[in-house]
Design a protein around this ligand. Sequence first.
Ligand SMILES: [Zn+2]
Ligand SMILES: [Zn+2]
Length: 312
Amino acid sequence: MPTHISLVTPRAVSTVHWLLRWCLWPAALCVATVAAWRLHQQPERAMALQMATFLAAVLLAMLAERVVPLRRDWQQVPRAERRTDLTSMAVLMLLADPVVKRGLLPLVAAAGVPWFALQGAQAAFPVQWPLALQLLLAAVIAEGGQYAVHRAMHSVRWLWGLHGFHHNPTRIYWLNGFRAHPLNMIVHQLAGLGVLVAIGAPAPVIQMLILFSTVAAVFQHANADLRYDGWNWVFSTADLHRWHHAAGAQSCQANFGGLLTVWDHLFGTFRRGDVMPALVGVDAGAPRATGYVGALREAMRNALARPAARAD
Ligand SMILES: [Zn+2]
Ligand SMILES: [Zn+2]
């Protein structure tokens, strides 16, 4: 069994396929950019713009998976698995997300901003910078916190018990971006957005970052034969993220980035995406639990039982 598959498509493709493969990812970035600009003009519409961006990204990703699929054997997702993924997305959106944004982040702001002020660091975040630079800095800072947490989740036994649920599937498609233990998402969000809130990053900048992160989360798992090429050096694209899902304890210790690759470059965990792993998923081929609660329990049970081989 080969360990990887080439991503260079040997057969000739139609003009429509060629256009979709090259244009869908830039189009998704354009959607986030336009939404961010609208948010800048009308910050009171942040929620509506976030939902519209999410729906647009999902539609583009589903179009890509349908018209230019990467692996046809990944297109038929068993109903039980899809139900688990949809349940996970609902739990994240209806439970974990409000807990973070309405409960924990205001607490972090109440504690963090005065603390930084006491240290004489009211301007811990450079609010006087041009908006684009503020957004870039916010992305790098948030990614740093989330990179650290993500690596810890692959190293600490009980944290891997939470995170293993995300790595459980043996096929990757767009919904996998929302397959996460709710505690995984809460910790991950706090490590990124919480830091920004604590250092006084403006709410519109954080909301703009969420727009780009949402698009990245949808496309990072899409089973689509898109040409990321140069984008791979900056954005943590699906080409890179498939290696993060590779079967094998060592293979998946790469490409921990969510939106950007900057921290993977800095810490030597960047792995190029011009080939893809032949197998993805924890315990590929092993019997696995069906159902949302069963899969959550199985991930924790496996992590506690076998800490030395987190992804084999
Ligand atoms: Zn991971
Ligand atoms: Zn993933």
